[in-house]
Design a protein around this ligand. Sequence first.
Ligand code: HEM
Length: 585
Amino acid sequence: MILLLVSVVLVFALLVSWISLVRQSRRFNVDGPSPLPLVGNAHLFVVKSSEFLNLVQRLSEKYGKVFRVHFFSTPYVVICHAKQAEELVSSIEHITKGRSYSFLTCWLGQGLLTSTGQRWKTHRKFLTPAFHFNILQNFLPVFCKNQRVLTEKLRGLADGRPIDMFPIIALAALDNVTESIMGVCMETQKDSQSEYVKSIEELSAIVTMRMQIPFFGEDAIFNLLPYKTRQDKALKVLHGQTNKVIEARRQELKKAKITALPDNNDIGLKNSMRSWTCCCSLKLMGKKIFFEKCLGNWYQRGRQNPFLGGRRPYFIRLPFRGRQDKPWKGFPGQDKQRDGSKRTGTEEGKITASPDNMDIGIKNKHAFLDLLWLAEMMGKKIDDESVREEVDTFMFEGHDTTTSGIVYTLHCLSKRRDVQEKVYEELKTIYGNEMHRDPTYHELAQMKYLELVLKESMRLFPPVPLIERRIMKDCEVGGLKLLKGTSVVMNIYQIQRQPDLYDDPLEFRPERFEAPLKNPFSWLAFSAGPRNCIGQKFAMMELKITISEIIKHFYILPAAQEPELSADLVLRSKNGVQVKFMPRK
Ligand code: HEM
């Protein structure tokens, strides 16, 4: 009797769930497979991760360039064409990230990638200057140093054997990002067994699994599984490391007595300028001269800036705000005292912005961390937790993405000796007979053909193949009727391969980027609009250094094995991404 009653209740519940899902699906003007009771279409997505992109492609062939599915009760709309992506990606209203990003919040909290609303706006505005090229060029020596380690490693492997480049490049990218974001050199290229590296790998795998397999996405199920314990363990290591570095930095600044500033007690501002190497000491120059000669009307403009609410802008913003088109060259005689002698690191017992401060680690190092932490000192109320979240976000966003970009560029180049030679010729024009030396920032900007190569590689193999937004109220976007709570996935991988937007879309042809695109939203490797990639210049710099240095030293040859693409957190491959190397003469 009880069994019968339970069965009846169960059947009734399934029926109600089914009717509600079917009704919900009919409120969209987008086609898609019929949902089943309870699971919706989740069962369709129980596939190997290397099958995921193919499955999405098959569904779009069947239901159209935009289609709808249900993961349990959550509706998803998948956009596979630039025409529909354009309005959503450029919207200032639809900036909330989709449900999949919630699996990252245990790691990244409310960092720039995962946050929304006013918090995101404030942090984005605040952090944007940190990616100005004046700042980025400080990281050039870091990238070049780590690149030399990579080149040496590859030299030992350059005998024509196939090598899976993903793990090798991932360590170099991790070294680059830890040193430039956190200011610590972890040398993971030399110690790939470090707990930190292992924890990043573990956590990435768990988060990917939760995104791809709808059943693991449900907290009620996930929390009962051993994965939860493994996730907690990895998080402890990662957060512990970030907190350790933040604390070390705090002590370092204290030790360097960066707490006293002339006049306005504006310590964060002044020290940040020093840290970012943009300005010389206010004290040495004299505040008046500084404003009149160097900052000019930036100061006034800042006062009119609605974001600043008419307040005087923080110095921290000044060097970057007004004239982003002109490189900051520093002040004349920046390294000299008024009497002509070379400036020392201290003046009257206080630290000044001399280049000679390098020994106390104030300059360059910890750059991103400095900005955040000093902002906290400036009364910007960025608490320790938020600092950690932003640092973790940049660490996360800044290494797997660039790894994927580099590795798939090598894959594309391996099949095109002619393209490699064109890049090599361009490098010869830039370096002349000094091919052995490191590039300058200016020279990186001259690598125009290499830039086309990178864009074309990231078109065919976008490091971030899918992005997602959550719709916060019923609305119509780009002709699509969307319900509150819908997750909209933009399938960058497929958008960038549309035959009506790219001739012979599957062909690797860097020259296609010499002409304007048929639709500017058909290339979304760094996304577009207000939530585009804040780190794209950082990424391009790293990609250019790595690929140009590899081409300088080696021929890249194709391996027999084709990668089985897998849309994890970034575009990976289930069987590795193999190429072969031979030394250039
Ligand atoms: C080839 C390398 C990279 C690619 C292809 C890439 C791509 C992207 C894409 C597509 C987004 C949009 C994500 C979304 O809408 O959900 C994004 C956002 C972001 N990226 Fe990158 N990225 C790269 C490198 C980097 C680097 C090196 C950093 C930092 C050092 C970085 C930091 C970020 C951050 C913080 C966001 C969130 C921005 C916001 O929501 O305001 N990225 N990136």
